[in-house]
Design a protein around this ligand. Structure first.
Ligand SMILES: NC(=O)c1ccc[n+]([C@@H]2O[C@H](COP(=O)([O-])OP(=O)(O)OC[C@H]3O[C@@H](n4cnc5c(N)ncnc54)[C@H](OP(=O)(O)O)[C@@H]3O)[C@@H](O)[C@H]2O)c1
Length: 470
């Protein structure tokens, strides 16, 4: 058998290209009883012996951080990549410190190998505060590397353009979900970073076990992971169309004498910008170690790739960009909503009642935002955040951030971007085509769009005014 491939995610961080994922631990603990940490860690040791040395966990995966920590204590070569998934609105340095310290304590280390950050809501600029605090904590040595999870292409680019040293983005990628193949791949390649991907086995549904089997209902007879990916399959056109993909994968698998699961993982491992595939494991339960070791014994040839592409063409694309399943309906989570993750979305900006109506406290990123009855006017929105210019040298990234700000102001005034009726930008002539392109992408097609006379106020390359009507 060939050795498990490794890849250098960043200087000083070499990971196995197949990582062991421990979200499944939270599912095993769904009844309330925690796994016995040391026993669970011991159950993962054969995978480490075989070369699967990298483990993916998160602050909210039940005992997963404790188990990964216990595993690393026994096997120091193990890297533990964890996540911080804060509730929306959290952004102070103290909050971030507390979260990182909790993970350090649970993993039993004084430096996290990598910390991956999740942002629930881009219109609230608190997500950038979190990343800037994480950058500082990293510079102090408590975090080795910074990653993100479920970022869409626009905001991954925006963060990287703003100088945040992100080394990876964790997203869903499979024969069923091809969203990362588009813009996300381009952004990763442009910035030289890698994707760590999950959902590649659709919770095990993309395997021989489910070939020719009747559609299972989305209920407690399934694992959380299977419940989640059943929703993806529904979005992609349903169980019958999914079965056609399984049949194609079986035909391809026969060519190499491997399993459907092997074909599903190999297919994604061979995609550009994919650094690694995270395969979920349930410590102490069924192990697929021998089967997963075959992943490095074969490569898909052109005719196999073509056969899989033809089968995939029979599926509907999963809508939106990477991670949208956590930001807007349809919520493709185990429960079909966000109630396990988020209690509420606080308004990004504070509002007060004045003689003009409802006004937001002026922010570094806009001059004023006022609601008078159904009408809203937001003026002087810039890509500034506190004392920073966001988006680096990229006018597109700057425009996206200014629109996020405007969207945050609208939400704080009980409106949405869909209510925008006129949007004007003060910007340099050379930048205007780029601004227009972003406007086309982000604004309702009914909104009037114009380049306003005058220059943006130095040092901002763009300043936006929005009129909206509810
Ligand atoms: N960032 C995020 O938002 C996010 C979201 C989801 C997951 N993740 C990460 O990704 C990991 C993977 O989770 P996932 O939900 O996407 O699950 P997955 O990897 O698609 O599926 C895992 C399941 O597939 C089955 N399996 C594994 N190897 C197999 C093989 N060779 N043949 C047949 N079946 C096989 C096992 O099922 P049985 O145990 O039933 O045998 C296993 O529990 C998580 O643990 C987590 O670390 C991250």
């Amino acid at each position: 058998m060939s050795a498990v491939e490794r890849t250098r995610l960043a200087a000083g961080l070499e990971v196995s290209r197949v990582l062991t994922g421990l979200w499944q631990v939270a599912d095993q603990e769904r009844g309330g009883a925690a796994l016995e940490t040391r026993r669970a860690a011991r159950a993962l040791e054969p995978a480490v012996d075989a070369g699967f040395v990298t483990v993916d966990v998160a602050d909210h995966y039940g005992s997963a951080e404790l188990i990964a920590g216990a595993l690393r204590k026994r096997r120091p070569e193990v890297q533990v990549l964890t996540k911080w998934v804060p509730e929306p609105g959290v952004s102070s340095r103290t909050d971030v410190e507390a979260a990182i310290q909790r993970s350090l304590d649970r993993i039993g280390t004084d430096r996290l190998d990598a910390l991956q950050f999740h942002a629930w809501s881009y219109p609230d600029p608190g997500w950038l505060d979190c990343l800037f605090h994480l950058m500082e904590i990293r510079a102090e040595g408590r975090i080795g590397h910074l990653g993100v999870t479920n970022f869409d292409a626009v905001h991954l680019d925006l963060a990287l353009q703003s100088g945040i040293p992100i080394v990876s983005n964790q997203v869903c990628y499979s024969l069923v979900d091809r969203r990362p193949a588009g813009r996300m791949t381009d952004v990763c390649r442009t910035h030289g970073i890698g994707m760590l991907v999950y959902g590649t086995l659709a919770g095990g549904l993309l395997s021989d076990r489910w070939l020719g089997v009747a559609e299972p209902p989305i209920d407690d007879s399934l694992t959380w992971s299977q419940m989640k990916y059943r929703r993806f399959i529904d979005q992609a056109g349903g169980w019958d169309r999914f079965q056609a993909v399984l049949r194609a994968a079986r035909r391809v698998a026969d060519r190499y004498g491997v399993s459907i699961a092997n074909v599903a993982v190999r297919h994604v491992l061979e995609q550009p910008a994919v650094a690694g595939v995270i395969i979920g494991a349930r410590p102490g339960e069924r192990t697929h170690l021998e089967d997963n070791l075959r992943l490095f014994d074969f490569e898909l040839e052109e005719r196999s790739r073509a056969e899989l592409a033809e089968a995939q063409a029979g599926l509907d694309p999963i809508p939106g960009d990477c991670g949208d399943e956590y930001r807007r309906p349809p919520y493709l989570t185990a429960s079909g909503d966000l109630h396990h993750h988020v209690t509420h979305f606080p308004a990004p900006y504070a509002a007060r009642t004045t003689e003009r109506g409802v006004e937001l406290d002026p922010d570094a990123g806009f001059r004023e935002a006022v609601r008078t009855g159904p009408g809203i006017r937001i003026a002087g929105v810039t890509p500034a955040h506190r004392d920073r210019l966001i988006g680096g040298d990229s006018i597109r990234a700057q425009t996206h951030f200014a629109l996020d700000r405007a969207e945050g102001a609208l939400r704080s005034l009980d409106a949405e971007m869909a209510h925008a009726v006129r949007v004007e930008a003060r910007t340099h002539e050379k930048d205007w085509p780029h601004v227009q392109a972003v406007f086309r992408e982000r604004l309702p097609s009914t909104a009037d769009v114009a380049r306003a006379p005058g220059r943006p106020s130095h040092p901002h390359p763009i300043e936006i005014d929005v009129e909206a009507r509810t």
